[in-house]
Each structure stands twice: as C-alpha cells, then as structure tokens.
Design a protein around this ligand. Structure first.
Ligand code: ZN
Length: 228
C-alpha cells in the first residue's frame, strides 16, 4: 500500500534547528545583564530613599508596617538600618537568580555569605527602634530621640508625638448628617497612629479617646473641631 503522506515535506529547518551553544550563551548573557540592571535599580532606589531620610525629608511610604501590626516599624529613624540589611537580601536574591542561569558553583557560596550578612544585619532596625543605637545608623536629626525601651522603663508612653483630639461633627446644613464622634490623631510625620473612633453619645467619650492617646504618647495638644 502506498504511503498516504506527501512525499515532499515543508522545510521546517528554521524551527527545528537546535539551539547552538553560542545562542545559549547569548541568552544567558542577556538574562544576567537583566538581573544586574534590576539589582542596580534596587540599589539606586535604596540609596535615594536613605538620602532623603538622612536629610530629614518626608518619605511618603514611611512608616512601613513591621513584621506584626502593632510591633516595630520601619520608620524615618530606622529606615537606614533596615536598608543595610535589605541590601544584602536583594544582593543574595539577584546572585541566586544569576546562579540559576549560570550554574556556577562558586556563586552558591556568595549567595550563602550574602544571606548570612542579611540575617546578622536584620536585627539592626529592631535595635534602632528600641534603643536608637548604633548612632551612626540613625539620621543625624534624630539621634537625640529616645528609643522605645528607655521610654518604657521610665514609665513613659512609647512616644512623645503630639497627639490631637478631633471633635468631628457634621457642618450645619450637611445634606448627609452623621453622628458626631471623637478621634485622636498623631501629628508626627513619622507615625500614622490613630485611636478608635468614639461616638459622642456618652459623657465620657472624649475621656475614652484621651486615654487611648495617652497609651500612644505623653504629649496631648488639645481638642480641635476640624469641621463646622
Ligand atoms: Zn505617633
């Protein structure tokens, strides 16, 4: 029986051509260049932010939530210390990516070393939060501040941030009136702390908000009516 397949096949040589060693090397080279560019971009962003924090400028996304909601945060005081450790984490990650492309055994040792430096430097930001030490890692404008531990030992609230109590009630003629409430708001640019919102339906509503504010700070700057 005759073979039903056509005698003449399409020339698929271009598709079937095996990747030659020089192609593989080119692709690996391009991937490594890309990883290096990503590493460089990360380092530039870190340096830029450390520069801003060091000069005392406001960095929009600080403070960052820490490992746990109410725990230590990466703030304007502890950002440089955090950046030191995160630099090593980023370097280890990028080296790991290069190792995956290049299969260079020696890189594994470098990844391990960078990872180790990361682990050793990671607690630095916790120490800066707690003790404001080592001084050389704290931005110059914030070196006189106390860490959270000495404040706690002295029986002080965790911060001396000025906290304002807001007496919020709908403006006269508000088409959608809402029940008036009190809320305490921290005015420190290093902090986004707020108390719970307490409806003004009881006589002790303001006292309740003041008590929450005192758990956060020793400095209360009075009550203000932002609307109306
Ligand atoms: Zn605060």
């Amino acid at each position: 029986m005759a073979d039903p397949r056509p005698k003449c096949r399409l020339d698929t040589g271009v598709i079937q051509r095996r990747a030659e060693p020089s192609d593989t090397a080119d692709m690996a080279g391009a991937a490594i260049a890309l990883i290096f560019a990503a590493w460089m971009a990360g380092v530039i962003v870190l340096l830029k932010c450390v520069g801003s924090v060091w000069r005392g400028d406001r960095v929009r996304w600080l403070p960052m939530i820490g490992l746990w909601m109410s725990g230590p945060r990466v703030n304007n005081r502890s950002f440089p210390a955090w950046a030191v450790s995160i630099f090593w984490f980023w370097t280890a990650s990028c080296l790991l990516a290069v190792e995956a492309v290049d299969r260079e055994g020696a890189l594994r040792v470098a990844v391990g070393l960078c990872g180790l430096v990361w682990l050793v430097t990671f607690p630095l930001w916790l120490i800066v939060n707690a003790l404001n030490r080592p001084r050389f890692l704290v931005p110059p404008g914030r070196r006189r501040e106390k860490g959270s531990w000495p404040r706690r030992r002295a029986g002080l609230a965790p911060t001396d941030h000025p906290v304002e109590i807001l007496d919020v009630r709908p403006a006269t003629g508000d088409p959608k009136p809402y029940p008036p409430y009190f809320v305490a708001v921290c005015t420190n640019d290093d902090c986004d702390w707020m108390s719970d919102v307490v409806d003004q339906d009881g006589s002790d509503a303001e006292t309740a908000v003041q008590a929450q504010a005192r758990d956060h700070s020793d400095v209360l700057i009075g009550t203000r009516r932002p609307v109306g």
